[in-house]
Design a protein around this ligand. Structure first.
Ligand SMILES: [Zn+2]
Length: 464
């Protein structure tokens, strides 16, 4: 699950899906073995997935790393073993997505009122070149930051993060801050490297606000040029091409006109931190990946369903949802054929606010999907943390914005191990996971076999 607000400002853009345009393979006959109601999700199957995915070997499955690619290869191998086909139009189970990850060698070049400044440090990069007119603000209230394309903000008690938040949704292109204890801490938290937004290679970069810090004396000199032109350029900008990996499997349905269901989870996590700490990400999100795997395991057993089912494990969610965004940009089936999307995030712990054994569904009241599945036995309930806006913070959102009824199912989204090195396999409640996944099999089969098509409730469909 992505972090919110300010931290989201530290993130990325998108990539090109590499689904080959070859003919889809003929669906293989699917074994008619155990009937659905006899299927039992075994805790040891879940344990096997999470021990591999969140084990020491995979080093926390950092977004766009080899570890992430190995996790995707594991999921792909399982999909194949369960008898799934590659997605329609794909020649394999792995989808490679190109992402551009910019980096800056050296500092930014900042010219204020025709005079070059010394000692500028770039914290966050929005665009390669910024031009505008300087507006000076020496107040301490970040929320009262004036509008303008370039703001020089140097109040002695100004919160840099509050000032940055105030620029959101405005046309501000550059925020120049006077160096403070807070900006120094921020710089060290960034690992003393500017945070530049990555983006999908298939899309133009999003140009957010750039944030530059000037040493006090340099800031005070620049402040005398309020009202004059400012330019900032990044002469040492390098656009490094990296790759994330999605694993996608497909269970063909018997009725091509009945639509497709998408069950998904992100497989990446935060990897190895600059200080060497490994973030294993057992709950976030080896647990959700295990849910998708075990739903694939169960739903590929027994007779074929009327609707097709796509199973996806997305890469690079933590860095900006690149895997799911690339999927939504070039889906293997037209998006209007996707009847419903369920994403699974952090189902490894039980939320003490919910009845025992129950998971939450983000945006539950936004569509008819959750209540209908719950009435069929799915152990899901309303999200008790609407203020956290979890609905917009996971992979379901890229599809929901495009109109697909898409939600995320989560166990305890605000668990104390969230984004900490303590998010390990030992902290998972595997019996809870097994029961929770078990409860979804019947409702998922019902959805796949029937003609119920969920819809948004009034005002439930998200708009950006
Ligand atoms: Zn996360």
């Amino acid at each position: 699950m992505k972090r919110s607000l300010a931290i989201a400002l530290l993130t990325i853009a998108t990539a090109v899906p590499a689904l080959a345009q070859s003919r889809p393979p003929e669906p293989a006959p699917i074994a008619t073995a155990a009937p659905a109601e006899d299927w039992t999700v075994k805790p040891e199957w879940i344990s096997a997935h999470v021990r591999f995915l969140a084990g020491p070997e995979l080093q926390g499955r950092g977004s766009m790393t080899r570890d992430e690619a190995i996790a995707a290869a594991y999921v792909a191998a399982r999909f194949q073993g369960y008898g799934l086909q590659p997605a329609p139009g794909a020649d394999g189970y792995l989808q490679k997505v190109k992402v551009i990850r910019p980096r800056l060698d050296g500092g930014p070049k900042l010219v204020v009122g025709g005079k070059p400044t010394n000692g500028a440090t770039l914290l966050f990069g929005g665009a390669e070149r910024v031009e505008g007119v300087a507006t000076l603000y020496m107040g301490d209230d970040g929320a009262a930051l004036p509008a303008g394309d370039v703001i020089l903000a140097g109040g002695p008690k100004l919160s840099a993060m509050a000032a940055l938040r105030a620029t959101r949704g405005r046309k501000t292109k550059l925020l120049v801050l006077r160096e403070s204890e807070e900006t120094q801490k921020l710089w060290s938290r960034l690992g003393e490297r500017p945070r530049l937004d990555a983006y999908l290679a298939s899309q133009a970069p999003e140009e957010g606000v750039s944030v530059v810090v000037l040493p006090a004396a340099a800031f005070d000199r620049a402040a005398k040029s309020a009202g004059k032109p400012v330019t900032m350029t990044l002469p040492g900008l390098v656009r490094e091409a990296v790759e994330t990996t999605n694993a996608i499997g497909y269970l063909p349905g018997t009725d091509p006109k009945a639509g497709v269901i998408l069950l998904a989870a992100h497989l990446d996590h935060l990897g190895v931190q600059p200080d060497g700490t490994v973030m294993h990400g057992a709950n976030d999100n080896a647990s959700g990946t295990a849910a998708v795997l075990e739903l694939a395991h169960a739903l590929s057993s027994g007779k074929r369903h009327r609707r097709g089912i796509l199973f996806a494990a997305f890469g690079a969610e933590e860095m900006g949802g690149f895997g799911s965004r690339a999927f939504a940009e070039a889906p293997p089936v037209p998006l209007n054929e996707i009847v419903a999307n369920l994403a699974f995030e952090m189902i490894g712990a039980q939320d003490p606010k919910l009845p025992a054994g129950t998971m939450m569904m983000t945006g539950y009241e936004r569509s008819t999907l959750g209540p209908t599945l719950a009435a069929r036995g799915a152990l899901i309930a309303k999200d008790p943390y609407p203020e956290q806006n979890f609905f917009a913070r996971s992979d379901n959102y890229a599809l929901a914005l495009r109109g697909v009824v898409a939600h995320t199912i989560s166990g305890w989204a605000v668990t104390p191990t969230y984004h900490s090195p303590k998010d390990t396999v030992d902290a998972l409640d595997i019996p809870f996971m097994a029961r929770a996944i078990q409860s979804l099999i019947g409702p998922a089969r019902w959805l796949a076999d029937g003609d119920f098509r969920p819809d948004w409730t009034a005002g439930g469909k998200p708009t950006e």
